[in-house]
Design a protein. Sequence first.
Length: 256
Amino acid sequence: MTPPGGTISIAGKTVSRLGFGTMSLTGPGTWGDPLDRDAARSMLVQAVNTYGISHIDTADAYGPHTAEQLIHDALFPYPDHVLIATKVGMVRPGPGQWKPLGNPFFLRACVEASLRRLKVERLELCYLHRIDPEVALDDQIAVMQALQDEGKVGHIGLSKVTPQHIRLVSEHLTIAAVQNALNTHARFDDAEGLCGELGIPYVAYRPLDAGRLAHANGPAAPLQWLLDRGSHIVAIPSTSQPSHLAEIVAAVAGGD
């Protein structure tokens, strides 16, 4: 099976450059369960087994906890070639509400909980979901490093960060991936260029701008624009509709 969008090496695995984001597999406001849990689980199985997507992106905050539980229910035991990437460091006061929380004790508790939900001994790729401006960056990085040293986190990523963040964190650890928003409505991110220079995989979330780009003229042009920017770029569109997933995969396959 040809990986959609080609392949890239992330966190020690060779995975498809078209990933699958699981944010849409929850209830409205990224809160609670989807209307049909069986359908959500089926989407995950279809992404991996039918379309050859080998990069599944999630976060403990999706639901919260819902997306990780769905991934376990649908895909465990995980195929060796599939990368399950998750994120920690965000609290959810309610639907549509998000707040960074980088307290080291909280980050450690989040990692431990994700390990249990996903039923793994190590999170192969774990992002700091947001850098908390109210907590010293060194403290946030130190606990992620400690978890890596303990074997509970394999590789560490950063999400929604600036070039300055990347340079600062790079002084302390190897950044396995950077996840920022990039699409044809928001075309510029200085972090993307720096990732290309440093050889860090750049994982673009909202590649279809929450579906708005796909609704206009289909997903082909915006996804191909993104992947054509450089071999270090990955797209992780999210959808809860099987027909949309088929359209997304076909769009990327058509551009190979």
